[in-house]
Design a protein around this ligand. Structure first.
Ligand code: AMP
Ligand code: ZN
Length: 473
């Protein structure tokens, strides 16, 4: 498969270090609050990636950390530890907060059909590994002690800014908070590996270390956990784009300094979910969560469907209008599938071209919206209903939309009053028109619009999708 690698900002064929096996690392949540649906966009797209790689026959070893210490309010090394902030807000202990929000995170993931990685490691469980890594970085001359803290010396690197998009959204977001100058630093890009001193001396969790009682920096967690669990050669590292700088940039600096060789081949970054105020973020306070969507009557899988309709490398604008459209489309799709009979002959030969198209779509930089178009094309194809159901079940191993279950619930009368074939046809045309517009093929888009108009279909563009209805003449 090909993926856009943030190191080069190019689509590259994924060739793992070891044939047939993918070692994948994901930055887990900072568990001081609920995950918002923006965070979950990242985890959801990473989930599709993992499942597609499995579908392609790879053994995927995926590891995720849980950040329960060291992530300061600014992604740079200033401000209060986010965990402590959460504990104060709720008048609880840091570990209590961590447990509560870790459980809440995985409950959200379950509702969105996001598979829990086989290995999940809370940062606080690996302090000796962080101390070992920091010790070795000092020994190798990549780190120094100043003012009670241990810093990574970015001046020792040939190249610190490794990502191809260092001037784009990622970098802008990474430095979003005002950064207090730290006079201990030799270079302004240096970062803390181990804190014993900060302005905030009421840090609840501290550990003994050769450099004094203290706590680890955020970045060292991921390097140490990844190297310990997955070895020195990582294939894919995932995260939201705001983590590219400084977090991932610093992870690369310290991991490669520690290992003495290149570390991770592919950097998979998901662009942000934005709302009317810009990037959805926990620090802004009022953000949307899965339980909140449920309270408003949305099926969490409608949000999954909404995310899959967009490419992970593009920012996604959230609005309730567009989520409603996605929820309706999801319901209609379930209705179409519910209308398929369970009798007839399975035609595995006839299924092949659709399997191929599905693999091509996802193999081409995880084009999930195209994969969904393949599903609509399948529904309106001449294949037997049984074959369609069978293929939908197979595709759903990757899409994880519970399509067959949803279809059963929707039943043959689900969706709307249109005959199923007709509605499928319209959905397919709308998807095609969106593709054409994305590719700036205006002539094709206009031709499809005329086709839709001839059927009495009235469409309305919304920021994230097309709502439609049939106006009877
Ligand atoms: P955090 O819990 O803040 O450590 O973030 C967890 C994950 O969510 C990280 O991979 C972030 O890069 C990602 N993330 C944060 N905000 C957004 C957003 N608005 N859209 C998509 N991903 C996000
Ligand atoms: Zn990380």
């Amino acid at each position: 498969m090909e993926l856009t690698n943030t190191l080069t900002m190019k689509k590259e064929a994924v060739v793992p270090h070891q044939a047939g096996r993918i070692r994948m690392y994901t930055c887990g949540p900072t568990v001081y609050h609920f995950a918002h649906i923006g965070n979950l966009r990242s985890y959801l797209m990473e989930d599709v990636l993992e499942k597609f790689l499995r579908y392609e026959g790879y053994q995927v070893d995926r590891v995720m950390n849980i950040t329960d210490v060291g992530h300061l309010s600014s992604d740079a090394d200033t401000g209060e530890d986010k965990m402590l902030k959460g504990a104060k807000r709720e008048h609880k202990g840091v570990m209590e907060i961590a447990r509560f929000y870790t459980d809440a995170f995985f409950a959200d993931c379950e509702k969105l059909n996001i598979r829990k990685p086989d290995t999940v490691v809370p940062a606080t469980s690996r302090i000796p590994d962080f101390i070992e890594m920091v010790g070795k970085l000092l020994e190798k001359g990549y780190a120094y002690q100043a003012g009670g803290n241990v810093y990574f010396d970015t001046g020792k690197l040939d190249k610190y800014y490794v990502f191809g998009n260092q001037d784009s959204e990622g970098l802008a977001v990474g430095v979003r908070d005002s950064v207090d100058a730290d006079e201990n630093k030799r270079n302004k890009t240096d970062f803390v590996l181990w804190f014993t001193k900060s302005k905030f001396d009421d840090q609840e969790l501290k550990w003994e270390s050769p450099w004094g009682l203290g706590y680890p920096g955020w970045h060292i967690e991921c390097s140490a956990i990844s190297v310990k669990e997955l070895g020195g050669y990582l294939d894919i590292h995932c995260g939201g784009i705001d983590n590219a700088f400084p977090h991932h940039t610093n992870e690369i600096a310290q991991s490669e300094a520690y290992l003495g060789h290149p570390w991770c081949k592919y950097w998979f970054h998901v662009l942000h979910l934005n709302d009317a105020r810009g990037k959805m973020s926990k620090s802004k306070g009022d953000f949307l969560t899965v339980p909140l969507l449920e309270e408003k009557g949305y099926d969490p899988l409608a949000y999954r469907f909404f995310c899959l309709q967009s490419h992970y490398r593009k920012p996604l604008a959230f609005s309730f209008e567009s989520l409603t459209n996605a929820a309706q489309a999801y319901q209609k799709l379930a209705g179409r599938i519910g209308a398929l009979s369970t009798e007839g002959e399975l035609d595995t030969g006839g299924a092949k071209p659709f399997q191929e198209k599905f693999r091509q779509a996802l193999g081409n930089d995880l084009n999930t919206s195209l994969a969904i178009t393949v599903l609509y094309d399948l529904l309106k194809s001449g294949l037997s209903d049984v074959t369609k159901r069978w293929l939908i079940g197979e595709f759903d191993q990757v899409l994880s939309l519970d399509l067959l279950e949803a279809a059963q619930k929707a039943g043959p009368a689900g969706g709307d009053a249109l005959p199923p074939e007709e509605a499928v046809e319209i959905e397919a045309l709308i998807q095609k028109r969106q593709e054409a517009r994305k590719n700036k093929d205006w002539a094709a888009a206009d031709a499809i619009r005329d086709q839709l108009a001839a059927k009495g279909v009235v469409t309305k563009d919304t920021p994230q999708g097309v709502a439609w209805e049939v106006v009877k003449k």
